[in-house]
Design a protein. Structure first.
Lengths: 460, 131
């Protein structure tokens, strides 16, 4: 761990989870300056943190964690990010990759037909005002036919109870009304995988994972609705800054005391958007199960169970060391250790499941939270591999069609609405996920349970 | 050229220069139009816009955000600013364009490194877009 000592307007130091090589890479963009800026937030405690996958973001770095003390510490929408409750859900199929055989391409193709992808409007479930209201309040519980086990095996059981749909603007509702059940774009995806290696047999058994098994990883969030919630409140808090006497080095850090009417309003709207995102991933999962039915039959689909669902863009009020803190996780995943009451009972001995997607074509990991997370990182681990190159730089190095050819040569079936978008997500545009996970494990934050390798990807 | 694009890791920054404040908003419009242009479009439409902002920088962010919103929700492919007027902390405008399916590259407009200031004899602004 590396420390940036508190200096100037910084209220606390910054701490970076990285080795010497990653620190050099981190120094190439603006993440460290952004970390210093986050450390100026009123009410921030202990240290602001950068996970090993950190990269430059808007205001807060992506891969950043900051906690402010309630009641008067601030909440900052930029510390959650535009895509509220962007997160990852892992499904485990009852069949092995060997049993899938030639059905692999058909399955990936069917998933690409079933799950709409790309930015913008349409193709999602079109919700009435009442239906949207219910989703904002209750998340996946508002949907028809949801299995109780899926709810149980979702972080916060798929609902932040502080949600208040009335705090979500008409504009946000308009953007989200027909986007439920859609993947989005950029680095969002559905990936069909195989369990390549089990690192912790007891934990893998608790999670229902075994070598050779087919899994499906979903990466998506709250779409245009969550994006608008962030936009609305960054603007509102920016305008209110003088009223609270808050001066900031970056306007995207705009914030308000969490206990103020402004702060409570944001937390209520953010929670509603988070519920929308969990409903979104629930509906995507349902569409994936239908795709499995179409290709492999009803029994295969019925046996495809949810492992867990984690958020990696969210702010939560949590108790850490007898203090109530507003923990901002922006591109960072909660990783509670064994014994935590927040973890589903069946996983409580193993530790909270954490999913770390690698870049397209590389490995992803299943981890389990460890006590070091509570000691070092407010119960938080990384969320992915972290970008190294800009989209333009990635496109300059490879054309989408060539990347598609290389992935398919490696046995990975690819479906993407755009070759341009595909090139932007090239594996070399991201950090080495093996290294990122190794650092998290060395820090005692989480341990590896299993490594997953892609056999097909549907890109957003 | 009144605008240029600057790429960073995971973001797109827009730098605008103009002789007047109004020129900055027009330059921003043209930059967004460049991103949203598409060969396929249908009937002509005209959309009224009315915005307020804490300052000119925030108003500019809102202006560009409005264009992204209209593209996303109404399929507006912007063509020209038919009228643009400023009063106090706000603006009102009429945007002409066509109904279509513009590329949805811009998800929103951030306040990160947002600036709107005098530069030489004119004005310069910077806005970072979320893509």
């Amino acid at each position: 761990m590396w420390e940036l000592p508190a200096s100037g307007p910084m209220r606390v130091p910054g701490r970076v989870f990285a080795d010497a090589e990653l620190v050099d890479a981190i120094g190439e963009d603006g993440s460290l300056e952004q970390l210093r800026n986050v450390a100026t937030l009123p009410g921030v405690v202990d240290a602001v943190l950068a996970m090993p996958d950190v990269h430059q973001g808007y205001g807060f770095p992506v891969g950043g964690v900051a906690a402010t003390e309630m009641p008067d510490g601030v909440v900052s929408p930029g510390g959650v990010g535009f895509d509220v409750n962007c997160g990852v859900r892992l499904l485990a199929a009852p069949f092995a990759v060997g049993e899938l055989g030639g059905g692999r391409e058909a399955l990936v193709h069917e998933i690409s037909r079933a799950v709409p992808a790309g930015t913008g409007r349409g193709s999602g479930l079109s919700l009435s005002e009442e239906e949207l209201e219910a989703v904002l309040a209750d998340g996946p519980r508002a949907l028809d036919g949801v299995e109780a086990e899926d709810i149980e095996l979702t972080e916060s059981r798929g609902r932040l109870e502080s949600a208040d749909p009335s705090a979500v603007s008409a504009r946000a509702r308009e953007r989200g009304a027909d986007q439920l059940g859609t993947l989005g774009s950029g680095n969002h995806f559905v990936e069909v995988q195989r369990v390549d290696e089990v690192h912790d047999r007891a934990a893998a058994e608790a999670l229902g994972l075994r070598e050779g098994q087919v899994t499906v990883l979903i990466h998506s969030g709250s779409r245009g609705l969550g994006h608008q919630v962030c936009t609305d409140f960054v603007k509102r808090f920016d305008a209110a800054g003088d009223r609270y006497g808050i001066r900031l080095p970056d306007r995207q850090l705009s914030c308000a005391p969490a206990s103020s009417e402004d702060g409570r309003s944001y937390l209520a709207a953010m929670a509603a958007a988070a519920n929308f995102a969990w409903a979104n991933r629930q509906l995507i999962a349902a569409r994936i199960r239908k795709a499995i039915t179409a290709v492999l039959g009803a029994e295969a689909a019925a046996g495809t169970r949810q492992v867990y669902d984690v958020a990696h863009n969210v702010a939560k009020v949590e108790c850490h060391g007898a203090r109530d803190l507003c923990v901002h996780r922006k591109g960072a995943t909660r990783a509670f250790p064994p014994g935590s009451s927040e973890i589903p009972e069946r996983y409580r001995d193993a530790g909270q499941p954490v999913f770390i997607p690698g870049s397209m074509g590389t490995a992803s990991y299943v981890l389990a939270g460890r006590p070091g997370a509570m000691e070092h990182s407010f119960g938080t681990a990384c969320h992915g591999a972290g970008r190294l190159l800009s989209r333009t730089a990635a496109r300059k190095q490879i054309k989408g069609a060539e990347l598609r050819r290389r992935l398919e040569q490696d046995g990975i079936v690819v479906r993407s609405p755009s070759n341009r978008g595909l090139a932007e997500e090239a594996p070399f545009a991201y950090k080495d996920v093996d290294k990122v996970v190794e650092i998290v494990e060395c820090a005692g934050v989480a341990v590896r349970v299993a490594r997953l390798r892609p056999i097909g990807v549907v890109k957003g | 050229m009144p605008f240029r694009w600057i790429e960073h890791t995971g973001e797109l920054e827009l730098e605008l220069e103009a002789a007047s404040e109004r020129g900055i908003f027009e330059a921003g419009f043209h930059a967004m139009r460049e991103l949203m242009s598409t060969a396929e479009s249908r009937e002509r439409i005209e959309v009224p816009v009315s915005l307020t902002g804490a300052d000119r920088a925030a108003l500019l962010a809102d202006w560009l955000g409005e264009l992204a919103f209209l593209a996303e929700t109404r399929g507006l492919v912007p063509d020209r600013v038919a009228s643009l007027a400023f009063s106090g902390d706000g603006l009102s405008a009429r945007i002409e364009g066509r109904a279509g399916d513009p590329p949805h590259l811009v998800k929103g407009v951030t306040y990160h490194r947002l600036s709107f200031e005098r530069s030489g004899g004119g004005w310069r602004a910077r806005v970072v877009l979320d893509v």
